[in-house]
Design a protein around this ligand. Structure first.
Ligand code: NPG
Length: 374
């Protein structure tokens, strides 16, 4: 395909309830959407970076800047682009994986729309429905936490993930375990809030039969995760640390992780996420699909990815209404009913399979769109 134009849209979408993690509290989702026009079709990609560099070093202003000044001009200068050539064409820029992933996703969407093929079939999906979990932020108190969790159980979610941090761990986990009963699927996510000295404390989580503990230590500290894995029965799962297939294999082989959270944005794109998936399948390591408070555009791609065979645990692929009163797409994601309770249907239409509501792109704009042309 020939890439004609890249347009960046910065939006702010109100969240239905504040979302608090060990690194901060959000009341709205500021999101950078990438639109591409090619000689064959148009496509949309979502940049998962947050407004501030608190989860990773990337953030919306930085992504917009690097796309505008380096990444988009490089793609526009190429005679031909396809999703497969985006990463090689952009490899001259170090890092900036979330920015690169957004461009690759938009090109992939355009390419598949042009070919009349869905993302799920392109990825090699083997399921029509995926199991959904929900990520529960840090609450003001235990009673509000239990009320929130009870609501998600009632809605049908198949797994609960609790955000934890020092001072908010054993007690909320014990209370939620009591609420769910022994069979309820429960896991925790620390977003790097602990240090190696906390290992004896974290080992006390073993009594709550968790599916996994996610990323307790700094992203560059694989060694601390190896030590924890030797001291705890709960499986250790890495998120922030896993930047690509190479790091995934290294972390697994060293014993730093026995489950992997796959987020395409963190890995520079869906094509690298597929390689991480395949490596984990080869090494016998289960994976699940993480989430970054995506709009329906990013959610659609995540649901297609989560339909691959290695995704054997429910993902943070929640319904649109878990975050937004109104989603950015014409057909918001809703949990299924009956035998599909707690599941989302994998989109089957070409590309991401969802249509962007351009009225909301205009209504929620924080700034005028930025157009970059050949
Ligand atoms: O359901 O999309 C979702 C959010 C899942 O908890 C979630 N994401 O660390 O995985 C994470 C976390 C996150 C939230 C990361 C906000 C970055 C920002």
């Amino acid at each position: 395909m020939r890439l004609e134009a890249v347009t960046l849209h910065r939006l702010s979408m109100p969240l239905v309830r504040p979302f608090e993690t060990s690194f901060g509290r959000q009341t709205s989702r500021v999101v950078l959407m990438v639109h591409v026009r090619t000689d064959e079709a148009e496509g949309w990609g979502e940049c998962v970076a947050m407004d501030s560099p608190l989860y990773s070093s990337e953030y919306v202003d930085g992504c917009e800047n690097v796309i505008r000044n380096y990444l988009a001009p490089a793609l526009l200068a190429a005679t031909e682009v396809s999703a497969e050539t985006v990463a090689p064409l952009l490899s001259f820029v170090i890092g900036h994986r979330m920015a690169k992933a957004a461009l690759e996703a938009a090109v992939l969407d355009a390419q598949l729309r042009g070919a009349g093929r869905s993302l799920a079939s392109h990825f090699g999906a083997t399921r029509e429905w995926v199991d959904c979990g929900v990520s529960v932020g840090i609450s003001p108190d235990i009673d509000s936490l239990l009320a929130e969790v009870a609501g998600y159980v009632e809605a049908g979610y198949r797994r609960i993930k609790l955000k934890i941090k020092p001072g908010w761990d054993l007690e909320p986990v014990a209370e939620v375990r009591a609420l769910l009963g022994p069979a309820g699927r429960l896991q925790v996510d620390a977003n790097t809030a602990y240090t190696v000295g906390d290992i004896p404390h974290l080992a006390r989580l073993d009594e709550f039969a968790l599916l996994l503990i996610e990323q307790p230590f700094a992203e560059e500290d694989l060694a601390a995760h190896v030590t924890l894995a030797r001291h705890i029965r709960t499986p250790v799962c890495l998120d922030e640390s896993i930047l690509n297939e190479h790091v995934a294999r290294d972390a697994i082989e060293r014993g730093a992780t026995s489950v992997v959270n796959i987020k395409a944005g963190r890995m520079g794109g869906y094509l690298e996420a597929l390689r991480v998936h395949d490596a984990c399948v080869e090494l016998g390591v289960p994976v699940w699909c993480g989430g970054m408070l995506e709009t329906g555009v990013g959610r659609a791609a995540n649901v297609a990815l989560a339909a691959l065979p290695g995704f054997s645990l429910p993902g943070d692929t929640s319904a649109s209404n878990r975050y937004f009163a109104e989603d950015l797409i014409t057909e918001p994601f809703a949990l299924g009913t009956g035998k599909n309770s707690g599941q989302l249907a994998v989109p089957t239409a070409p590309g991401t399979g969802v249509s962007v509501r351009e009225d909301l792109v205009r209504d929620w704009a924080l700034a005028a769109p930025v157009g970059i042309r050949r």
